[in-house]
Design a protein around this ligand. Structure first.
Ligand code: SF4
Length: 362
């Protein structure tokens, strides 16, 4: 059933129940302690594709190195990539820096308060804009992420596809309208916004059955009362990912490995990687490829295969280590890295298996 023509109301009782649940159950998270807009922004960007537990540590490390917007704006790219290493989705950190530069240039190093203004900044979409405005500044702005959508869909028994942009928009309107005849103070807005997210993360969970007996909406939630939590929220199937077969060439001499810099735009832009070709190469073809790159192979071994999944594609990787007869020299767009460099450099997660293979062995 499509819900576009129905109206949904977050009642006063629901608001009270949610807020009192949150006051007892909220987690202590480092970015919640300060309410600093920079911290709210950074944590929201980090949390976009990464689990809270992984973000917790990274957030502390990142903010101790780059404590504010000016330090982020002036951070050298290689250092920034190293600080982000392990998080994946590197376009997030590139956009953080780009946005910090705009803030320094046009906003005196501060994040603006209004959602409509935040949304125009690099890397800040509707959800993040709402989250910064509401959580950092206590402005009544909607911040609807996957957790919030799941709770709202179940609470109101909405069967619309939550991949559909209209569904998200409808949910933003529900939250926005809940402020219409309500004048909460800034702290209440902060709590109300985070309470939906927290309920979705801890109780109305994404994987496995929701913990309805612990939920403040247990007695009013449509999906719970109608035992429909296994089909709500409805999510249409994703299109199949494109599979790219690759061969990774780990070219090394006694001391150094060859790393190639990816192009400045596109997937994993500007990061260093082991050279690769988009084809499955035999041993003979891999040796030919190394020669074509200007190296004289001494011997070759096959390394374990590996696979990396991106949002829209998968890399299926075969890999060879090729030892060269003479010391490596640097080709265009390449650098030489010893084991220490290899351990410290921000090499994309896709190559983690091979990076570990060498970092962990003598
Ligand atoms: S009652 Fe259950 S299904 Fe409904 S919002 Fe709470 S946890 Fe989710």
């Amino acid at each position: 059933m499509n819900s576009h023509n129905r109206t949904y109301e977050i009642t006063d009782d629901m608001k009270t129940a949610l807020l009192s649940w949150y006051s007892v159950n909220k987690r202590e998270l480092p970015w919640r302690e300060t309410g600093d807009p920079y911290h709210v922004w950074l944590s929201e960007i980090m949390l976009q594709q990464t689990r809270v537990e992984a973000v917790r540590e990274k957030f502390i490390e990142f903010t101790s190195e780059l404590p504010d917007i000016p330090s982020l704006a002036s951070c050298d790219d290689d250092r920034l990539m190293r600080l982000w290493e392990g998080m994946g989705y590197y376009s997030r950190v590139r956009n953080l820096k780009k946005c910090a530069a705009v803030l320094m240039d046009k906003y005196e190093g501060q994040l603006p308060e209004e959602r409509d203004e935040l949304i125009r900044l690099p890397g800040i979409g509707p959800y993040t804009a709402g989250a910064i405005s509401a959580i950092a500044y206590g402005r009544p702005a909607a911040a609807v992420d996957g957790n919030v959508m799941r709770v709202l869909a179940r609470l109101f028994g909405m069967e619309d596809d939550i991949r559909d942009a209209h569904t998200k928009q409808m949910m933003e309107e529900i939250i926005q309208h809940s402020y219409d005849s309500w004048a909460p103070d800034r702290d209440t807005v902060r709590d109300f916004t985070q309470a939906w997210m927290e309920l979705g993360a801890l109780v109305c969970v994404p994987n496995g059955p929701p913990h309805c007996s612990e939920c403040p909406f247990e007695h009013v939630c449509t999906a719970c009362l109608e035992q429909a939590t296994d089909r709500i929220p409805y999510r249409s199937p994703l299109k199949q990912r494109r599979i790219i077969e690759k061969t990774v060439l780990i070219i090394r001499d006694g001391e150094h490995f060859l790393l190639h810099k990816r192009p400045a735009t596109g997937l994993l832009a500007g990061l260093y990687e082991f050279p690769s070709v988009d084809a499955v190469l035999s041993v003979r073809e891999a040796l030919d490829e190394a020669e074509r790159m200007g190296f004289e192979p001494l011997h070759i071994i096959r390394l374990p295969d590996s696979k990396h999944i991106f949002t829209h594609l998968e890399w299926h990787m075969r890999a060879y280590e090729i030892r060269t007869a003479s010391p490596l020299t640097c080709a265009e767009d390449c650098i030489l890295a010893d084991k220490k460099d290899l351990a410290q450099r921000a090499i994309p997660n896709a190559f983690q298996k091979y990076k570990d293979y060498y970092s962990l062995r003598d």
